[in-house]
Design a protein around this ligand. Structure first.
Ligand code: ZN
Ligand code: ZN
Length: 613
């Protein structure tokens, strides 16, 4: 009984028009997806010369009988699509019918298949012409061998990139197909070397390890949620491991790899302040969604999808990512790899020249931060730390008194595990910038500026999020004058200003009087703050209140925080830590740099070669 149905010529032409086969990776994707549809549990991909000389896909799926093997080479054959309507439906999920005949027309192609594993049938085509067919020995499943792809179309052959980049393109697809199918075992052998393998363990955490390495596996966070019409399983890697591009944010929709610009951005925004600027998370989003909510995309080659009510789906996604991060993030442990990580190389440690001079480091923030809002303005907030930090007097420990520390240590050990920062004994400050601590696990370092920046960021973010900003009416109203363009922006966004606590009234074409300001503002900086908001407005065209809160909070936080080369006393250290502990995310500054890092005792011992790897 044949499983493959013939489709209309019109439909076949449509597929052909999509130029299905441009590169070896297209062939691999087609063949592997066919194997998946045949219920395979073990798929082996064997390549030579980046797939240009050989692509061999071996599966243990249902297999085909003689009729199906022969029909597979027919130009209009597909097992999946029967009507144009089907083609469109399937396209929404990013896959399309098989393209065996188009591949067979530009290569030498053999299909060997068996439904029983006892005997099979094989058929070979070259340049679209049948060479031979017959009964053959075969394991259960299907093997497809594509030799010399594009040998008869020199133009396409010339268009191909190097074997290395063709292999990279194949691996891109295999990665994503593997992520979509955790229960299938994939193996890729390229030029006789196994370059990729998954175990088909069904377990997403294991799969992450197989794709991104053991450290990523150790740092997997899983978080699921269900909404009306869809459910989502987030498999995210903690922000201590990240990438410099967005490519490792993978969306799997109803078992297929798809792309959606807004979803990707929602993931990046969900990681806001957890990752350094310009760094992106690794994660897989498994969406199970009612197919009527997925919008049709008619281009056969594209994987982009549209989802109805994307904005709401993105908003919920962001909230869930934040929740997941808050539940799961911990102090990053700096991993020592003697050969791979020159930063921790013994030699470089001894060679690095640290400067103790006050004039060398004046400001600890990274370069990225200096581009921030308000950087031009001087301090907005009173920089008196003791006033900002509420010190719990009875908690203050004399850090030099060992006995008290030990007592404290015992006490802290019984604290619940949910505590975000472990007990740490203060050792001292270095470079006027980093606070050194120790506990049983190792040595911990806190960047005092980053830590206080985080505390202040969360504080101001909360204040700025208040619907009714605590404001103060100005006894002597301030008059601000703008350029014509600026005045227009202010006029258009006068309500947005009100939302963040500024009550402005237009009194002339370019003049505004400030009646009310938020309590947090320092009056001598009023015009510079308003000006900075306007600059943001001009750059971003429309006011997004969440975006503004985030930016303003980051900027005020930076200004208000202790700088480098500032000695702080033990009480201040204690207060800083207890405030940091109250933060939703105490582990990074609002710009995503770590506030606290750990060098484990084991790593220290390794560095001194007291223990071997
Ligand atoms: Zn800063
Ligand atoms: Zn920062």
């Amino acid at each position: 009984m044949g499983k493959i149905a013939k489709m209309s010529l019109h439909l076949a032409n449509m597929i052909a028009a999509g130029e299905v086969v441009e590169r070896p990776s297209n062939v691999v994707k087609e063949l592997v997806e066919n194997s998946i549809d045949a219920n395979s549990t073990n798929i082996k991909i064997i390549l030579s010369n980046g797939g240009i000389d050989l692509i061999k896909v071996v599966d243990d799926g249902d297999g085909m009988d003689k009729d199906d093997v022969l029909l597979a080479f027919m130009p209009h054959a597909t097992s999946k699509i029967k009507t144009e309507y089907d083609l469109f439906r399937i396209n929404t999920l990013g896959f399309r019918g098989e393209a065996i005949s188009s591949i067979a027309s530009v290569s030498t192609m053999q299909i060997i298949s068996s439904q029983t594993g006892l005997s099979g049938y094989q058929c070979t085509y070259k340049s679209g012409v049948k060479q031979n067919e017959g009964v053959t020995h075969s394991n259960k499943g299907t093997t497809v061998i594509v030799n010399n792809l594009f040998f008869n179309t020199p133009a396409r052959l010339k268009y191909l990139k190097s074997a290395k980049s063709e292999l990279a393109s194949i691996m891109f697809w295999v990665d994503r197909i593997a992520l979509a199918h955790p229960s299938i075992r994939f193996t890729v052998i390229s030029d006789e070397k196994t370059v990729f393998q998954t175990t088909g363990s069904k377990d997403e955490k294991t799969l992450i390890g197989e794709l991104y390495g053991i450290e990523a596996c150790k740092n997997v966070m899983i978080h699921s949620y269900t909404e009306d019409g869809y459910s989502v399983k987030l498999v995210l890697v903690k922000p201590c491991i990240y990438r410099s591009n967005k490519l490792e944010i993978t969306m799997i929709c109803n078992g297929r790899y798809v792309k959606n610009y807004n979803i990707t951005n929602a993931v990046i925004e969900g990681f806001n302040t957890y990752l350094p600027i310009g760094k992106y998370p690794i994660g897989v989003l498994y969406f199970e969604i009612d197919s009527t909510l997925v919008d049709v995309n008619v281009h056969p080659q594209k994987t982009e999808i549209k989802i109805s009510d994307e904005e709401e789906i993105c908003r919920i996604l962001k909230t869930n990512i934040k929740k997941c991060l808050e539940e799961n993030t911990h102090i990053p442990s700096r991993i020592i790899e003697h050969n791979n990580n020159p930063k921790y190389d013994k030699v470089s440690i001894f060679n690095s020249s640290f400067s103790f001079g006050e004039e060398k480091t004046t400001y600890v923030c990274s370069k990225e931060e200096s581009g921030d809002l308000l950087t031009k303005s001087s301090e907005i907030i009173n920089n008196d730390n003791s006033a900002n930090i509420s010190v719990d007097r009875k908690n203050i420990t004399d850090f030099n008194d060992k006995a008290i520390i030990d007592e404290k240590n015992k006490e802290e050990n019984i604290k619940p595990a949910s505590k975000k920062i472990p007990y740490m004994e203060y050792v001292g400050q270095i470079f006027g910038t980093y606070l050194i601590f120790q506990n049983q696990e190792g040595m911990l370092m806190v960047d005092q500026h980053a830590a206080q920046e985080r505390i202040n960021y969360e504080k101001y973010y909360k204040i700025l999020a208040l619907k009714n900003q605590p404001t103060t009416e100005l006894l002597v109203p301030d008059v601000l004058s703008f350029t014509k363009e600026e005045a227009l922006y202010v006029e258009q966004n006068i309500n947005s200003f009100l939302e963040i606590g500024f009550r402005l009234e237009q009194i002339g074409q370019r003049d505004f009087v400030v009646r009310e300001v938020p309590l947090w503002i320092k009056l001598d900086n009023l015009s510079s703050v308003v000006n900075d908001i306007i600059t943001l407005l001009i750059d971003n065209k429309k006011i997004d209140i969440m975006f503004f809160r985030d930016h303003i909070a980051k900027s005020i936080a930076c200004k208000a925080s202790i700088k480098a080369n500032h000695r702080i006393n033990n009480d201040e250290v204690k207060a800083l830590l207890s405030d940091l502990e109250l933060c939703e995310n105490p582990y990074t500054c609002p710009h995503g740099r770590p506030t606290i890092i750990k060098l484990s005792l084991k790593d220290i011992e390794k560095m001194f070669e007291r223990i071997q790897k």
